[in-house]
Design a protein around this ligand. Structure first.
Ligand code: SF4
Length: 83
């Protein structure tokens, strides 16, 4: 299944209460393809890159992300939105 958020999980965000406002994209995100340009080595090269588990815990994923679309606890949060 095709990713419905297409790179939006690779934007930095600022947290306001339960909401995350997306700000700027990661420098390794290719904005034309919406794919990571260093995917295989991302955790080695970019210490700020989150694993899926960390991203869920920190509320850093848009609600349409397939990893959390059926996660009722996560879906109760306000959404991660692009400013
Ligand atoms: S390094 Fe991590 S946050 Fe940056 S584009 Fe790649 S997967 Fe996304």
């Amino acid at each position: 299944m095709e990713c419905p958020v297409k790179g939006l999980c690779c934007y930095f965000s600022v947290r306001f209460g339960n909401n995350n406002i997306m700000t700027t994209p990661c420098i390794f995100l290719n904005l034309h393809t919406n794919l990571c340009s260093i995917y295989e080595d991302r955790f080695k090269i970019n210490p700020l890159c989150l694993s899926i588990e960390q991203a869920i815990e920190q509320g850093a994923l848009p609600k349409e992300c397939l990893y959390i679309i059926n996660n009722k606890k996560y879906q109760k949060r306000l959404d991660v939105k692009k400013r």
